[in-house]
Ligand binder design. Structure first.
Ligand SMILES: NC(=O)c1ccc[n+]([C@@H]2O[C@H](COP(=O)([O-])OP(=O)(O)OC[C@H]3O[C@@H](n4cnc5c(N)ncnc54)[C@H](OP(=O)(O)O)[C@@H]3O)[C@@H](O)[C@H]2O)c1
Length: 130
């Protein structure tokens, strides 16, 4: 789970460490939020169980935190992005959001200023619960 993201991160670390403003953005999902999955008021609670996908995104969020801690002193910021339910091949284009809308948060996180956050999960609405 999340092995691909971990391997790509490890492979690119030598290059990222050469930058003074390294940024890593992991593509997560609201489905990876433990808080939302058990919140009785969240629509996710009533949604179908997606064992592998949701577990993988929760693991990816933890990977975000672990890499953020390891790389903090090097100025490398590591965050997770939740793009929202977006019309792509993955869901037979059922998502209400456009790819352009979904890309806004990951692009913002990739371009964070040096005083921006690290070790967080974000959507268009700001910081999200783990
Ligand atoms: N769409 C949503 O509603 C939604 C919501 C929350 C989070 N996300 C997340 O957003 C990210 C992008 O999803 P998407 O909706 O754009 O899905 P998508 O349309 O199915 O696109 C997935 C992309 O990943 C590539 N890919 C898959 N397996 C790969 C592998 N083993 N090695 C290299 N590339 C691989 C595919 O390449 P090929 O086309 O060459 O196969 C494709 O370009 C995913 O992490 C997804 O979990 C999506």
């Amino acid at each position: 789970m999340s092995l691909g993201s971990s391997r790509v991160t490890q492979a690119l670390l030598p290059l990222l460490k050469k930058s003074k403003h390294g940024r890593i953005v992991n593509m997560s999902s609201g489905l990876g939020s433990l808080t939302r999955q058990v919140d009785p008021n969240s629509p996710l609670t009533a949604q179908n169980i997606l064992l592998a996908y949701s577990s993988s995104k929760a693991a990816l969020n933890m990977m975000t935190v672990q890499f953020a801690k390891e790389l903090k002193t090097m100025g490398i910021k590591v965050n997770s992005a939740n793009p929202g339910f977006t019309a792509t091949d993955m869901n037979q284009h059922r998502g209400p959001r456009t790819v352009e809308q979904a890309a806004a948060t990951p692009v913002r996180l990739a371009l964070l200023p040096d005083d921006g956050p690290t070790a967080g999960v974000f959507s268009d609405e700001g910081a999200e619960p783990w």
